[in-house]
Design a binder for this molecule. Structure first.
Ligand SMILES: C[S@@+](CC[C@H](N)C(=O)[O-])C[C@H]1O[C@@H](n2cnc3c(N)ncnc32)[C@H](O)[C@@H]1O
Length: 287
């Protein structure tokens, strides 16, 4: 196995990496990101749902590993609530958040790149009796008509996995009705400067916050890129949203809750007490 890049963390989402896979930093385009991440999430979906499903709740809405719920955050916040609203979840996985939206009276549609994640959505639809429409697709080419939704949201969904982020944000603006709401959670951009380690090591800054070179996993046995994550600074996000016609109203940085000891990848109590792990942004499409 070749030496891993000494400046790259071990793995951004499912340590440990298989022997033939190494992590590195290098430019990758949208097609490569999508070709890697769809099959990656297909392979990982069963383990992801087995590991995190109970924490997420089959019809629950959490914004990230700190456990902040939408009930508390109110980041979707359409005036008058979700009842009767058309709501799109991008990067919906097994649709837990969309199912919660349905319990609030919203008409929820989930979209995801991974067929296996959507199979889990169908399983949970049947098990809970709360059904959401699931669509296979990508955030950068939403298969919906203009002005179809009142709310678009993503809980750690597609946004940090796409290269063409301006296209994804423009697509969101296109499918929203004027005045519509866009809310999403991502790994807090500050975390990019630190190794993705839940222990003390993860508190020592090791690379530039401003270096946007993607995190990439490569299988040296095949030469294939197997996983990609993209980084934008907080300033990048403000510019992206403003450029697509959004007015940013919300930036939540959930604190690590008292008595919460769950470790999820690089998220832990050790790190969570010192640096934020999740950012939740909310914006309204200017009428
Ligand atoms: C961390 S999971 C989050 C899923 C769900 N929101 C949850 O909380 O469990 C990220 C999801 O984004 C999906 N995804 C990755 N790239 C995507 C893209 N380009 N378009 C749509 N979904 C994508 C993955 O398939 C995966 O289901």
């Amino acid at each position: 196995m070749p030496d891993a890049d000494p400046f790259a963390p071990d793995s951004r989402h499912h340590p440990p990496l298989p022997d033939s896979v190494r992590s590195t930093r290098r430019p990758v385009d949208e097609a490569t990101s999508r070709r890697a991440n769809g099959p990656d999430w297909d392979r990982y979906a069963d383990e992801y749902q087995a590991t995190h499903g109970a924490f997420l709740g089959d019809a629950g809405f959490v914004w990230g590993p700190e456990g902040l719920t939408e009930d508390d955050a109110r980041a979707l916040a359409p005036p008058g609530g979700l009842a009767g609203r058309d709501v799109l979840e991008v990067g919906s996985g097994a649709g837990q958040c969309s199912r919660w939206v349905a319990t609030q009276g919203g008409r929820a549609v989930g979209l995801d790149l991974s067929f296996r994640q959507l199979q889990h959505a169908h399983r949970l639809d049947a098990e809970t009796g709360v059904r959401v429409v699931s669509v296979l697709g990508t955030a950068t080419a939403l298969p919906f008509a203009d002005a179809s939704f009142d709310v678009v949201f993503s809980s750690f969904g597609a946004l940090q996995f796409v290269h063409d982020i301006a296209t994804a944000v423009a697509e969101t603006a296109r499918v929203l009705r004027p005045g519509g709401r866009f809310a999403f959670s991502i790994t807090h951009p500050l975390r990019w400067a630190f190794p993705d380690d839940p222990g003390e090591e993860g508190l020592v800054a090791s690379q530039s916050y401003w270096d946007r070179t993607p995190y990439v996993e490569v299988d040296d046995a095949t030469g294939e890129v197997t996983y990609v994550e993209h980084h934008r600074t907080l300033g990048d996000w403000v510019g992206l949203l403003a450029g697509a016609g959004f007015a940013l109203t919300t930036l939540l940085e959930p604190e690590w809750p008292e008595g919460h000891d769950r470790v999820w990848g690089g998220w832990s109590r050790t790190r969570g007490l010192v640096v934020p792990g999740t950012a939740v942004l909310g914006a309204d499409l200017r009428p």
